[in-house]
Design a protein around this ligand. Structure first.
Ligand code: GCW
Length: 687
């Protein structure tokens, strides 16, 4: 009997391992029966909630679910109260989120218990670095879903609207409630009437799913499109221009979210061009948005081409302004003080400002983490950041708690993720990059979720076989769990550390080739290039040693961290190995805590990283029979590519740094396969 069931299951499994192009993301599952939904109110959002329940119901056949809109103080914002037969919320959107939670629990086999679920952050927003010509800065999954190139590019088609709707649904299903529709290196065009018409059309499709639209704005727009002589934030005509522009936007999009601004950074215009401060600039925009409830997300990603340690600059510029910003301004801070590197300590701006709202910015697109080629699950990196201890108000002041309003009250709390989606059929280029979109949403909703839990959910929703009429969770057999779920989850959880190992272990950072930010280029320093845009500025290797001295004796960046953390980073005895070369310049024969020399330790890390990706290939090959061929072969081929690239990283870094260390690569490690001069020559052709 048992065998018959097993054979039957295998047959049905193989029938259903049909090709999947990944377009349905984590929303592949269908209902297995009927549910009676009782809801006395109606709205576009509630209609979606009811439809989702009916189309995705995998609970008891014929069960009854009551959707209740009733104020409850324990429920915040768009939170909800879930019970097996009821979802209660203060808002329609809260009901929709409750529905997605209930369905996720059914599909992943988690019990549906009485619980209150509140979001960690009020604003959970994706930043799309999409340009009006449809290209995407640091986008690796095709062109923009919002903007098109060429004639008639602003005409809204049915196809556009269908895609935007799918996008909104995916976002809402994981709790994302905002989308900045264009690149932070913003085109002023975006504020013109023609473009705003398209923004309005997008906003209308996103609205029922609770997604507010925001725009990145160019600070010099008053001069560029308003034809004013200046864009000085204190000039009355500039103030008036922005007020009118904001009014125009709200007359078209009444629930518009606000502006995101990259100002006085990397060549972008800003208040400093007029001798004004970030606060002057941000407040002027905030005042224009305030009557409508809009916010300004003002980025702290600033650094000037000086000799100053770049890692210190955001803090140095923003700390003196603490307390000067309006309460509808939030300072948007990248997780690390430099720039989305594979590993950085958290930015010291978290847990520094006490009278200013601060929000984390994570990069979902893998600019510095293998783009759409490497399998790297980023939740572990974000978890590491969110759970970092800042000591702002003593122990327990994690980055998560310093930004979600737990430590200091903030009028608004928010978190942003730089999106990784484009027109590729599977949205993200790499099937596993979808997990990063998913993880960002889940962490934005609940910043204390573990990466393991997120990976677990995502794998079940994304890869579990779909059998008509059969609840997904009943298919998580011991066999499937042991041979698919566990190894794939382990691979995902390991993957970021693996990338750090073969790219930038032990605190190395920004040793990428050229501006492509994909392969290695520790040598890269074309003549005339700003030194803080070149890797030697960051690794400082010479025959005496390697690493950036940020101790009290060096740039003193350690002092930007509260004690005891600052002292821990400063002291070699307590500085974690993972940040060693971030904070210290050390001789090649420096003795590590494990007794090895620094040089040997560097070599072993690269080798380990390389071996780990080779291991991923085996893990993946072994799961072939559990998934469809389309996604299997795509990941398999990307893993091959990732291995080749990891080998290049290994060879480039070992051979390049060996010129300075003048020591042999430990003899129990495999030798490089590429010649340094060939790697360098090819790379120097790039810019
Ligand atoms: O990481 C760097 C990127 C730039 C980006 C910038 C930023 C949008 O290389 O492409 O510009 O960060 O965050 O502003």
């Amino acid at each position: 009997m048992k065998t018959t069931v097993y054979v039957f299951l295998l047959i049905s499994l193989s029938i259903n391992l049909h090709a999947e192009d990944g377009h349905n993301l984590w929303l592949r599952n269908k209902n297995t029966g009927h549910v009676n939904v009782v809801c006395t109110r109606s709205s576009a959002t509630l209609t979606i909630a009811i439809q989702e329940l009916q189309q995705g119901w995998q609970g008891k056949e014929g069960a009854k679910i009551v959707l209740t809109l009733k104020n409850d103080k324990a429920i915040r914002n768009d939170g909800f109260k879930l019970s097996p037969d009821r979802i209660q919320a203060n808002t329609d959107l809260g009901i929709l989120y409750g529905v997605y939670e209930l369905l996720r629990r059914q599909q992943t086999g988690e019990p549906v218990e009485e619980m209150i679920c509140n979001p960690s952050y009020e604003v959970r927003v994706l930043n799309h670095w999409d340009n009006p010509d449809s290209s995407i800065e640091r986008g690796y999954a095709g062109r923009s879903i919002f903007w098109r190139k060429g004639d008639n590019s602003l005409i809204v088609t049915d196809k556009d609207m269908a895609l935007w709707k799918e996008y909104a649904r995916a976002d809402a299903s994981i709790g994302i409630n905002g989308a900045v529709l264009n690149n932070v290196n913003a085109s002023p065009l975006m504020l013109s009437k023609e473009y705003l018409d398209r923004v309005k059309a997008i906003a209308e499709v996103l609205r029922p799913y609770g997604i507010k639209t925001y725009l990145s704005v160019k600070f010099s727009s008053p001069s560029l499109i308003g034809k004013l002589k200046t864009s000085d934030p204190l000039s009355p005509e500039v103030i008036k221009w922005w007020k009118n522009k904001v009014q125009e936007i709200y007359s078209m999009i009444p629930d518009f979210g606000g502006f995101l601004v990259k100002a006085s950074s990397e060549g972008q215009p800003g208040p400093q061009d007029f001798g004004r401060t970030h606060a002057d600039g941000a407040n002027m925009l905030a005042d224009a948005l305030n009557p409508f409830g809009g916010i300004v997300m003002w980025r702290a990603f600033v650094y000037s081409p000086t000799d100053l340690d770049r890692a210190k600059q955001a803090y140095t510029e923003f700390m003196p302004l603490d307390g000067q910003f309006r309460d509808n301004v939030i300072i948007q801070v990248k997780n690390g003080p430099v720039d989305f590197q594979p590993r950085e300590p958290f930015s010291p701006l978290f847990g520094a400002m006490k009278k200013t709202s601060v929000m984390p910015e994570f990069q979902v697109t893998q600019e510095y983490l293998g783009q759409a080629i490497h399998l790297v699950f980023l939740a572990t990196m974000w978890e590491e950041c969110l759970q970092s201890e800042t000591y702002q108000e003593g122990a327990g002041s994690t980055v998560a708690r310093c930004t979600d309003g737990s430590i200091y009250p903030q009028k608004h709390t928010a978190i942003a993720g730089v999106s990784n989606i484009g027109l590729d059929t599977n949205w993200c280029g790499h099937p596993f990059a979808q997990a990063n979109w998913y993880a960002f949403g889940r962490l934005a909703w609940n910043n204390s979720l573990t990466s393991e839990k997120i990976a677990d959910e995502w794998i079940k929703l994304t890869f579990a076989p779909v059998l008509p009429g059969q609840a997904t969770s009943t298919l998580f057999s011991t066999e499937w769990t042991e041979h698919f779920l566990i190894p794939v989850r382990q691979m995902m959880l390991q993957s970021r550390e693996t990338a750090v190992n073969y790219m930038m272990p032990l605190g190395f950072h920004h040793i990428f080739s050229a501006n492509g930010h994909y392969g290695p280029g520790p040598w890269w320093a074309p003549k005339g290039m700003r030194s803080d845009w070149t890797p030697p500025y960051y690794h400082k290797a010479d025959t005496n040693g390697v690493g950036f001295d940020r101790t009290h004796a060096g740039s003193d960046a350690v002092s930007q961290y509260h004690d005891p953390l600052g002292s821990q980073f400063n002291d070699l005895k307590t500085c974690p190995d993972k940040y060693l070369l971030w904070f210290h310049h050390l001789p090649w024969d420096y003795k590590m805590k494990n007794g090895r020399t620094l040089w040997d330790e560097i070599c072993y890390h690269y080798e380990t990283g390389l071996q780990q990706v080779r291991e991923f290939q085996i893990i993946w090959d072994k799961v072939e029979s559990y998934i469809d061929t389309e996604r299997f072969t795509m990941v398999q081929s990307k893993l091959r590519n990732q291995c080749r690239n990891a080998q290049i990283w290994n060879d480039a870094c070992l051979l390049y740094f060996q010129q300075y260390s003048r020591r042999p690569i430990p003899y129990d490690i495999k030798r490089p396969m590429n010649d340094l001069n060939v790697l360098m020559e090819n790379d120097m052709k790039r810019r």
